[in-house]
Design a protein around this ligand. Structure first.
Ligand code: HEC
Length: 135
C-alpha cells in the first residue's frame, strides 16, 4: 500500500468505527475524539501503535504513550506539533507513512485562511491529548 491508500483505508475505517458521524468542524472535537477518528486506526485506541491498519504497513507504528519517556522525561510539545502538522520530517525509510495532517485538516476545514486557525486548534487539542497518554 502507498501512503495515500493507507490514509484512505484509515479514514474509511475510522468513519466505520465512529458510526459514520456527520461531517463536523473538527476544531470543536476534543483531542480524544479527533484521535479516535483519525489516529487510532494506526496508532491504536490506547496510542500504543497497535491499530488495525498498523499491520498493513511495512514499518512499525510508534507507541505514542512513551514520547515523554523516550525524550528524557520531557514532553516534546513543539516537536509533536510539527510532526503532526507535517512540517517536521519523520521519514524512516524514505517514505512518510504518516499523513500530513496540517494539510488534510486544512482541506477538511475548507482550505482558506480561517481554516489555518482551526487546524492550529485541532493540532493543539491532539498534542494535549497525547500529553495525557504519557506513562
Ligand atoms: C496511516 C497510519 C497512521 C495514521 C492514520 C496516523 N499515524 Fe502517526 N505515525 C504513523 C507512522 C507509520 C509513524 C512513524 C513515522 C512515519 O513513518 O511517518 C507515525 C508517527 C507519528 C508521530 C511521531 C512519533 C515519534 O515517535 O516520534 C506522532 C506524534 C504521530 N504519528 C501522531 C499521530 C496523530 C496525532 C495522528 C492522527 C491525527 C496520527 N499520527 C495518525 C502512522 C499513522
Amino acid at each position: 500500500m502507498n501512503s495515500r491508500t493507507v490514509l484512505i483505508a484509515a479514514l474509511a475505517l475510522s468513519a466505520m468505527l465512529s458510526g459514520g458521524a456527520q461531517a463536523q468542524a473538527f476544531d470543536e472535537y476534543s483531542g480524544q475524539e479527533t484521535f479516535m477518528r483519525f489516529c487510532a486506526a494506526c496508532h491504536g485506541e490506547s496510542g500504543q501503535g497497535d491499530g488495525p491498519v498498523a499491520a498493513g504497513l511495512p514499518i512499525s507504528v510508534p507507541d505514542l504513550t512513551r514520547l515523554r519517556q523516550r525524550r528524557g522525561n520531557q514532553f516534546p510539545e513543539e516537536v509533536l506539533r510539527k510532526i503532526i502538522d507535517g512540517q517536521e520530517t519523520v521519514v524512516v525509510h524514505g517514505t512518510r507513512y504518516m499523513p500530513v495532517w496540517g494539510y488534510e485538516f486544512w482541506v477538511e476545514e475548507g482550505a482558506d485562511d480561517a481554516a489555518k486557525e482551526r487546524v492550529e486548534i485541532i493540532v493543539d487539542n491532539l498534542v494535549e491529548y497525547l500529553r495525557s497518554l504519557q506513562r
